[in-house]
Design a protein. Structure first.
Length: 191
């Protein structure tokens, strides 16, 4: 099996960074959930906090790696204007079943040559490119609070709950962006 450079970046963006993000989220969520008074010994708190610091910053870092690679590496291939011929903005897409060298994925979706696909761009891609940026922002906010407050999160239930909400919201934003990305890549793959 051979991957082109575009396919390699798409796999890195969605599969590799996304998988690390999900694993870090799962570990961080379990760590945050278990920070409760009476559940941990002093040695347990120290060990748990070390894992929580590393996991939360790993989650934030991979969230940034995912959206940065998507925004500045993969997305320009999606929106390349290849199809314009004269007055017809989507002439290069005529008769195609999927995007090709004369028709970018964005133009393919907007041209509706394979059915009603314009909504995939107007709704799906717009949501994907905007909501995805919420994931690293919320993940950094949660990681900062975890690092700043450390073991003090145990006695402050309201703060631990706020961090959990940020953590889960970062995950939800990533899931929405990732789902739209997977569906968009199925309908109009980047070659």
């Amino acid at each position: 099996m051979e991957l082109t450079s575009r396919e390699t970046w798409t796999v890195l963006h969605g599969l590799v960074f996304g998988t690390v993000f999900l694993l870090a989220f799962a570990g961080g969520l379990a760590g945050l959930w278990s920070l409760r008074p009476g559940f941990l010994t002093t040695a347990g708190i120290k060990e748990r906090m070390r894992r929580l610091y590393i996991g939360s910053w790993l989650m934030a870092g991979t969230a940034f790696a995912t959206v940065i690679s998507g925004t500045w590496i993969v997305y320009p291939w999606y929106r390349a204007g290849l199809a314009k011929v004269g007055d017809n903005a989507y002439a290069g897409c005529a008769g195609l079943v999927q995007p090709g060298p004369t028709c970018s994925p964005r133009d393919f979706l907007k041209s509706n040559v394979s059915g009603d696909t314009e909504s995939w761009h107007t709704f799906g891609m717009e949501w994907k490119e905007h909501i995805s940026w919420a994931a690293p922002i919320l993940a950094v906010a949660a990681a900062f609070l975890i690092t700043y407050y450390g073991p003090r999160l145990i006695s402050r239930k309201w703060l631990r709950t706020a961090v959990l909400v940020m953590f889960v919201a970062a995950f939800a934003a990533a899931v929405i962006g990732g789902a739209f990305g997977a569906f968009l890549n199925k309908v109009a793959p980047i070659d």
